[in-house]
Design a protein around this ligand. Structure first.
Ligand code: PEP
Ligand code: MN
Length: 239
């Protein structure tokens, strides 16, 4: 179970949220973006290296390991400098084999775990290709994150789950852990529980869920984040 805010917004926001998550059963990894890929310029783009310092302080205080998104060589170097426990690759990066190769090259010689989100578009081969590039770079602790697909079709979801794609990934790579990120699939709180339950029913290996101490004031993805209390209530309902 990976949980945490979409973005690290301040040291206080991060540590306060993390302290509340540290006491929730099953949470084993704290997520927080420090470089946020935004569709339009001018929105909150993360606090970069400063936020990595906050994450180190958070880990010291709560004993929760952390994961951040990396999208280029500079991000990788900084994430390794601050001893990130796990890296994740965002959907906007997984679409680009040049970016993936650059990150995979920067990771050669390390054994940090890497979680690869599905590309924005519903292309299983592109997702597998990204995983292969890390594998060929010697990254053996690999996992995938299913966060849904942009299809241009209007529906209740922000990103269509197209469950057949993570199911096909699991059949193609039976040893690969596949985690579901219902937060970015749903884009809203009210259908999170049902989506998380569906992922568990399909034998996904874990969940990544966005949790913010005060979602109403979140600088990114406000509509889909849960309070720590709502998150705990949701976990209690999952079977
Ligand atoms: C995120 O995890 O906050 C994020 C930007 O996700 P995605 O790459 O799935 O859009
Ligand atoms: Mn987000």
């Amino acid at each position: 179970m990976i949980a945490g805010p979409c973005g690290a917004e301040s040291e206080d926001q991060l540590i306060d949220t993390a302290k509340q998550l540290a006491s929730v059963n099953h949470v084993s990894l704290l997520r927080a973006g420090v470089w946020k890929p935004r569709t339009r310029p001018g929105a909150f783009e993360g606090h970069g290296e400063n936020a990595l310092r906050w994450l180190q302080a958070m880990r010291e205080e709560t004993k929760l390991p952390f994961t951040v998104e990396v999208a280029n060589t500079e991000h990788v170097e900084l994430a390794l400098k601050y001893n990130a426990d796990v890296l994740w690759i965002g959907a906007r990066t997984s679409v680009n084999p040049f970016s993936i190769q650059e990150i995979a090259d920067a990771l050669k010689g390390t054994d940090i775990p890497v979680l690869v989100k599905n590309p924005i578009n519903a292309d299983l081969q592109l997702w597998i290709g990204a995983l292969e590039r890390f594998n060929r770079s010697g990254i053996k602790k690999l996992g995938a994150i299913h966060r849904g697909f942009h299809t241009g079709v209007n529906s209740q979801y922000r990103n269509q789950p197209k469950w057949e794609i993570p199911i096909a990934l699991k059949s193609a790579c039976p040893d690969l852990p596949v985690i579901c990120d219902p937060s970015h699939i749903c884009g809203r709180r009210d259908i999170l529980l049902a989506t998380a339950q569906k992922a568990l029913d399909l034998n996904m290996d874990g969940l990544m869920i966005e949790v913010h101490r005060d979602p109403a004031t979140a600088l990114s993805d406000a509509a889909q984040q849960l309070t720590p209390k709502l998150f705990e209530e949701m976990l209690d309902k999952l079977v």
